[in-house]
Ligand binder design. Structure first.
Ligand SMILES: Cc1ncc(COP(=O)(O)O)c(C=O)c1O
Length: 391
């Protein structure tokens, strides 16, 4: 059997499918006629192998208590080795119904109320929300925009750790929304500072399969001394568009950290992933590679198209250099409008729903995040609307 879902141009009507991106504009206080390009999921069907495996499971009709067992682990292990050159051990793996859930657990397990938790802003907004919801303090190491490329201020990173007695740092690698694929050298600098001050690193690597420039390195593999301070968060959800199935694989090699984390996990009453989550992850990692390669080249060509279109038609809107992700960080500041004006124009005139830059931190002022994992026809429509509004 061959992969059947390789036509990424095929329009898929997601309205009326319980999609947060498409069906809940009103609930989010937005007009209902917008082109939705915000939530980080893809408008593509996942691998047909995954669809077929789920169908077979669902057709069976008995959905009793289930477990992934050895086959699940072997599939995950195979992916980590093949795509990320990482040898993982079965004892390190903890399955959770999502990465944000795992980050929240780590915050609770390894810090106390009132403690600071370090993040690098602008960053995926649930990081700060989760820190606050757990009554911890958000400590920001602001990323620095150098030309169209973000960099880390390592002096500030170290100072923030010392001044705030940081015990936990949440790394976003590759970084959402600024699109950086951190280099080995940058990761090494981060790791050395964290080792020096006994900081645990929660490395959220959910976007690790979307790399267009540079090379992703799993944080724990940069140096063997980093493995014992690492909580590596991975998932097939971004890679294969499975977010609605809630599946993530967290790796903690250090038995002490793992014990604390799992004790807290099981104290919630949680037991195991759902059956569809297990089936989808195992199948995607075993058979989904051809589909992923297709998705990657489609996303790459969408990104190129966007860049060319903006350069020719609205040069004042500048995409930041995108090394990874299917999300692009667009700089609107050259247009000379305030954030409120940009947001209003995008929503009311261009009729598009992006993620507003300031949601990711004050450093996101002047920016918008666009999701290009959509059909080219959707992207073209949105760009034409942008041209009419800002061109
Ligand atoms: C950096 C990052 N982490 C986590 C998530 C969400 O993960 P989950 O749905 O597994 O909680 C996203 C989704 O956009 C993300 O961009």
């Amino acid at each position: 059997m061959a992969e059947k879902n390789l036509d990424f141009d095929q329009y898929i009507n997601r309205y009326g499918t319980r999609s947060i991106k498409f069906d809940f504009a009103k609930e989010y206080g937005k007009p209902e006629d917008l082109i939705p390009m915000w939530v980080a999921d893809m408008d593509f069907k996942t691998s047909s192998y995954v669809v077929d495996a789920l169908k077979e499971t669902m057709d069976f009709g008995v959905y009793g208590y289930s477990d992934g067992g050895k086959a699940y682990f072997e599939a995950v292990k195979g992916w980590m080795k093949k795509r990320h050159n990482w040898d993982v051990e079965e004892s390190w793996l903890i399955k959770t119904p999502g990465i944000v859930f795992a980050i929240a657990l780590a915050i609770r397990a390894f810090t106390n109320e009132g403690d600071g938790v370090l993040i690098q802003t602008p960053v995926y907004y649930p990081f700060s929300a989760t820190i606050k919801q757990n009554n911890r303090k958000v400590v920001r190491n602001s990323l620095v925009l150098n030309g169209n490329h973000y960099e880390i201020d390592f002096d500030d990173f170290e100072k923030k750790i010392v001044d705030n007695k940081i015990k936990l740092f949440v790394l976003c690698s590759p970084h959402n929304p600024v699109g950086r694929v951190w280099t080995e050298d940058e990761l090494r600098k981060i790791g050395e500072i964290c080792l020096k001050y006994n900081v645990i690193v929660v490395s959220d690597e959910i976007h690790f399969d979307f790399v267009f420039e540079g090379k992703h390195k799993v944080f724990a593999t940069v140096d063997e001394r980093f493995l014992p301070i690492s909580i590596i968060c991975t998932s097939p959800s971004k890679t294969f568009n499975l977010a609605g199935l809630q599946v993530s694989n967290i790796f903690i090699a250090n038995p002490e950290l793992r014990d604390k984390f799992t004790k807290l996990l099981y104290s919630t009453g949680y037991c195991e992933l759902s059956l569809p989550a297990l089936v989808a992850c195992e199948t995607a990692y075993e058979k989904g590679e051809e589909w992923l390669e297709g998705a990657l080249s489609y996303i790459k060509s969408n990104t190129e198209f966007l860049k060319e279109y903006l350069k020719e038609n609205i040069p004042a809107i500048k995409p930041v250099k995108q090394e990874g992700l299917y999300l692009i960080w667009l700089d609107f500041s050259g247009l000379g409008f305030s954030d409120a004006e940009i947001n209003k124009k995008i929503l009311e005139e261009a009729k598009i729903w992006f993620d507003e830059g300031t949601m990711f931190g004050t450093e996101g002022s002047g920016f918008q995040r666009i999701n290009v994992a959509c059909q080219r026809s959707t992207l073209e429509k949105a760009l034409k609307n942008l041209k009419k509004t800002f061109g």
